[in-house]
Design a protein around this ligand. Sequence first.
Ligand SMILES: NC(=O)c1ccc[n+]([C@@H]2O[C@H](COP(=O)([O-])OP(=O)(O)OC[C@H]3O[C@@H](n4cnc5c(N)ncnc54)[C@H](OP(=O)(O)O)[C@@H]3O)[C@@H](O)[C@H]2O)c1
Length: 314
Amino acid sequence: MCMSRLGWPVTTGQVERGHCMRRDNNYQRPDEKTTSSAKQYTILDCLGWAARDASGYLSPYKFGRRHEIVGVVKEGAVGTFNYVDVDGTITKGGYSSYVVVHQRYCFMIPKDYPSALAAPLLCAGITVYSPMIRRKMNQPGKSLGVIGLGGLGHLAVKFGKAFGLNVIVFSTSTSKKEEALTKLGADKFVISSDQQQMMALANSLDFIIDTASGDHPFDPYMSLLKTSGTLVLVGAPSEIKLSPMGLLRGMKSISGSASGGTKETQEMLNFCAARKIYPEIEVIPIQNINEAFERLIKRDVKYRFVIDIDNSLK
Ligand SMILES: NC(=O)c1ccc[n+]([C@@H]2O[C@H](COP(=O)([O-])OP(=O)(O)OC[C@H]3O[C@@H](n4cnc5c(N)ncnc54)[C@H](OP(=O)(O)O)[C@@H]3O)[C@@H](O)[C@H]2O)c1
């Protein structure tokens, strides 16, 4: 359940995956010359769908039953749940037996990729993969700092290692050290409050991806970047404060990124399948959701809960 800006109660469910039941072959996107170019899905294909299409196009397709349609339109984004859609209906999220999704927002989950593991890729995965690719953080031998080891951060570490980078995790939790180094394969683990460890890394990083959800200082991290280094913010603290000198000296950059486009989402899914990159998850039935929320507050999850709606609602 969710506190709502429009009305509540509302069942959320921002990122879903499931099996394709039906595809309307008569639909033609304005940018498609003929319908024959459209991909044909079969009932056995496993599809995922996620929050955004950064291409700026939202389908005018009319649905008989509207659970959710998402996209980024020129006037602003339409969220997957509890947003007013372009036709005035309220989007309802994805915790249901069936959901109607336009093909444009569906992705093919590669064959043999476990579908529960695919779910976190459609938000956490693409949110870190997209800026890493866009900012060229995939050049082997370069150094990457990952701030915050949670749902997003642990995938940034896995992508970083798959790209051949030297990956340093900056964390507030000593308890995550062992797992970061052994299970996730990070090269170094630094407690961000340890000034000595931080100073030892001054001017050493090509990139930083900042996934921390809470407020934290930025200047200490800017000083770790090499000349022309970039920090990409994907976490959502309440504010960003940094000294101008931290940017000016060394021509450093800071930028933000949200989710990713449909093309790169499919690319990321294929990359994960090819390189056997799997998120760390815990699958729960919907009946355990309150316990899961309590554990989230205590930061007791490694690293994503995935709700098995299909089996929960039987
Ligand atoms: N840009 C987007 O499109 C997008 C998409 C999804 C999520 N997000 C945002 O990204 C952030 C991370 O999401 P998530 O799902 O990965 O959350 P998460 O699993 O809770 O992980 C966040 C991590 O941030 C670190 N952290 C928390 N408070 C901190 C603080 N005050 N100072 C420094 N580090 C702190 C913790 O790591 P350590 O214990 O290792 O310090 C925590 O595990 C959230 O703000 C979320 O809203 C953005």
